[in-house]
Design a binder for this molecule. Structure first.
Ligand SMILES: NC(=O)C1=CN([C@@H]2O[C@H](COP(=O)(O)OP(=O)(O)OC[C@H]3O[C@@H](n4cnc5c(N)ncnc54)[C@H](OP(=O)(O)O)[C@@H]3O)[C@@H](O)[C@H]2O)C=CC1
Ligand SMILES: O=C(O)CCC(=O)C(=O)O
Ligand SMILES: [Mg+2]
Length: 745
């Protein structure tokens, strides 16, 4: 990969965004080429990452480069310009499925040794672990996050409001989180004085010393936290909440982020499953252990492992599992038609998307009978979950938010250099024995932070580096200045970590001219109330938050304001000077793939891609002095505005305009804008014929794109589909393809 020519790196990812890219890339290339811009693709799909990791198991011709590592390196260069589409953050069941598919495609990669029995197997498991969970974003996000709804998108939502469920004051929906024994309650934090190297060690009550992490390098000014979640308190909490839900006739739903919190949350999830089915576990626990059942990977893991048992035993277990439901509350369902509950897989319900979807639906989730019901939304971590209760209270009092009148809540998120909890996976441990968990200076033996822990507790060290905090404050001030909106830093002085941040924010604000700006610091609960009071009055408020709330809020508000976070502009100004442009703030929409495969309709909205491409081109124009890039950026923005005005986004309904049709309109409007502008004559002349041809053939093209819908299609795989088959499915209009090809040199 080279960045010598003006180059945009376009990532190839997974699921719906990957499908959309197969159609959109030829469009981008047609336009970029005319401005002398090179578009390079870079495959960072979970399949590509697995193959890169296991090159030594592959034939020469099958090997692929480690694109992610290379992209990570490029984030440190000032000219880098990356468009990053959402990718799968794989749970173990997804990893297993991807391995199986790759093996079936003839790649000799090893099986995933879930319970390694030799050093060799442990090494293989460790290598696979690198492909698990949120493995891509933390590598590329070498800057803080700026996510917002562009004005045109907000106006579109005001004119064409999405559906909103009703909120009744009588709604019984509520949030349940731990009140003691969770990470928030046990947290200790400090700002490091001077550069230090530390280790994480456990001094067991039996007198042994277990070094869990031999070395972590810290620099002067870094904020570190040591926190743990008590297993005992967690289990008691689940038991109490399940019992409360049963007694009061509430549906139970669990909301975690096992993908991003890839070490801690699968454990947190697994305990919920074990508590729910505790009678079955009491009876069959030993057998489950023998079979290597690990419900941290969901109940699906249990069902898969008991497949090997004789039918009679299997039936007995299934009966016992079913019997557990008699003494437990109803469970929220992911797919009630197929009997898939919230406990099936830890990656099916992901808190950043699941809680807003529930709130948007009037506080309801689906029950086993396929009906929407009030729910007890359970998430053990009190640190951030309280904001959802505030919003629920607010909706019960004020009714549902109104997308036609509500304001907007952009976010400035502290994210760079694996900030806070989201970077803590390699420093998170399930405590093997009771004892004292210490963060100890390697050179001096000084214990910086200490915790008393018990067997099974989850203990972690989180770090946020000083430089990213400075940069975050700078970005917040810049956004306040550019937008004229007030900024609220959501920081809770009662949380030790955030108390350290408050000191730093106050200090670093002094580095900037804040004259005339409205910048406040509030605890999360006050911040969300303040923001919501303004929101219903049509007023806008920037939230400046840490990494987890960045993730939560950039789905929460967009889903209420715009119906989806896919329409967000999501920029990561890289600290080294380059730009990472994420496409929307949501995920890879697995449900959309299903619809494409079954009905050949892709309802994925590529608006995030259009918005990201425009800022990427704009930045490239500024940094390289390529005036044509600037014209492309401006005209693309205008085309996106037109697309919204004319309502040419994809429909959810098969047979109607889908992703491909929406991309066609974007291309047509973009060509029209270029043909109409007067800033660059060469570009104008180049695009006049394309604009005319696309307009003339519009009905034929849209007809071709819509007529193919309605039947199943095969793309030869899920994680590693066949490129030619996918292209054929995603580019079914010969007329469109030929017209684009004719416009290229
Ligand atoms: N930046 C990244 O790389 C991110 C990756 N992820 C990963 O994505 C996967 C799925 O995550 P999940 O939490 O289910 O959330 P998703 O955001 O993928 O899906 C939630 C729902 O949002 C809607 N949606 C999301 N994007 C679009 C779009 N572009 N156009 C139209 N609708 C959209 C869809 O609603 P409907 O079905 O009603 O149409 C979809 O079902 C996971 O592997 C997760 O880790 C998640 C977030 C960010
Ligand atoms: O990296 C991931 O798994 C998800 C990222 C995400 O949800 C976000 O950044 O909003
Ligand atoms: Mg998110």
């Amino acid at each position: 990969m080279s960045v010598e020519q003006p180059t945009i790196i376009y990532t190839l990812t997974d699921e719906a965004p990957m499908l959309a890219t197969h159609a959109f890339l030829p469009v981008i290339e047609t336009f970029a080429e005319a401005a002398g811009i090179n578009v390079e693709t870079c495959d960072i799909s979970v399949a590509a990452r697995i193959l890169a990791e296991f090159g030594d198991h592959l034939a020469e011709a099958q090997r692929v480069p480690d694109n992610l590592a290379e992209l990570g390196r490029l984030t440190q260069l000032p000219d880098t310009n990356i468009i990053k589409l959402p990718n799968i953050s794989a749970s173990v069941p997804q990893l297993l499925a991807a391995i199986k598919e790759l093996q079936a495609h003839g790649y000799g990669i090893p099986d995933y040794p879930e319970n390694p029995k030799s050093d060799e197997e442990t090494a293989i498991k460790d290598r696979y672990t690198k492909c698990l969970g949120s493995a891509v974003n933390p590598v590329l996000r070498e800057g803080n996050s700026d996510r917002r709804a562009p004005r045109a998108v907000k106006e579109y939502a005001r004119k064409h409001p999405h559906s909103m469920g009703e909120w009744s004051p009588a709604s019984r929906t509520h949030v349940a989180h731990m009140r003691h024994g969770d990470f928030y309650n046990g947290e200790k934090s400090m700002t490091v004085d001077g550069d230090r190297e530390v280790k994480m060690e456990l001094l067991t009550t039996g007198g042994e010393t277990i070094v869990l992490k031999p070395k972590v390098s810290l620099t002067d000014g870094d904020v570190i936290d040591s926190m743990f979640m008590s297993k005992k308190a967690l289990i008691d909490f689940y038991e109490d909440e399940m019992e409360d839900a049963r007694k009061t006739g509430m549906m139970f739903s669990l909301h975690v982020k096992a993908t991003m919190m890839r070490v801690s949350h699968p454990i947190v999830f697994g305990h919920a499953v074990k508590v729910f089915y505790k009678d079955a576990f009491a009876k069959h626990g030993e057998l489950f252990d023998e079979l290597g059942v690990n419900v941290n990977n969901g109940l699906s893991d249990l069902y898969a492992k008991i497949e090997s048992l004789p039918a009679s035993k299997r039936e007995e277990i299934v009966d016992d599992l079913h019997r557990c439901h008699e003494n437990r509350p109803e469970l929220a369902m992911v797919d009630s038609a197929r009997g898939i509950s919230n406990f099936h897989s830890p990656s099916d319900v992901i808190v950043d998307a699941s809680m807003p979807a529930m709130i948007r639906a009037g506080g309801k989730m689906y029950g086993a009978d396929g009906r929407q019901k009030d729910t007890k939304a359970v998430s053990p971590e009190s640190t951030f979950f309280r904001i959802y209760q505030e919003m629920i209270n607010f909706c019960k009092t004020n009714g549902a938010f109104d997308p036609t009148t509500m304001g907007t809540v952009p976010n400035v998120g502290l994210m760079a250099q694996k900030a806070e909890e989201y970077g803590s996976h390699d420093k998170t441990f399930e405590v093997p024995e009771a004892g004292v968990a210490n963060i100890t200076d390697l050179a001096t033996g000084e214990v910086l932070l200490t915790q008393n822990v018990e067997e099974g507790d989850i203990w972690r060290l989180c770090i946020v580096k000083d430089e990213p905090i400075r940069d975050w404050v700078k970005l917040a001030v810049a956004r306040a200045r550019n937008s004229g909106m007030p900024v609220v830093f959501w920081l809770d002085p009662y949380r030790p970590h955030e108390n350290e941040l408050i000191t730093k924010v106050k200090t670093y604000l002094l580095d900037h001219d804040t004259e005339g700006l409205d910048i406040q610091i509030m605890s999360q609960v006050r911040a969300i109330r303040y923001t919501m009071e303004r929101l219903i009055r049509g007023l806008d408020t920037i939230s400046a938050t840490g990494n987890i709330l960045r993730d939560y809020l950039t789905d929460l508000f967009p889903i209420l304001e715009l119906g989806t976070s896919a329409k967000m502009l999501s920029i990561v100004p890289l600290m080294a000077g380059g730009g990472l442009y994420e496409t929307g703030a949501g995920g890879s929409a697995p449900k959309h793939v299903k619809q494409l495969l079954e009905e050949n309709h892709l309802r994925w909205d590529s608006l995030g891609e259009f918005l990201a491409l425009a800022v990427s081109l704009e930045d490239l124009g500024i940094k390289t002095g390529n005036k044509k890039a600037t014209v492309l950026a401006k005209t693309l923005d205008a085309a996106t505005g037109k697309l919204l005005e004319n309502d040419k986004g994809p429909s959810r309904t098969t047979g109607e305009l889908d992703n491909r049709g929406s991309q066609f309109y974007l291309a047509m409007y973009w060509a029209e804008e270029l043909a109409a502008q007067t800033e660059d004559e060469e570009l104008r002349a180049h695009f006049v014929p394309l604009a005319a041809a696309l307009a003339e053939k519009r009905d034929t093209i849209v007809g071709e794109l819509n007529d193919v819908q309605g039947n199943p299609v095969d793309i030869g795989g899920y994680y590693a589909p066949d490129a030619d088959l996918t292209t054929a499915v995603m580019r079914p209009s010969t007329t469109f393809n030929d017209t684009l090809a004719a416009a290229r040199g």
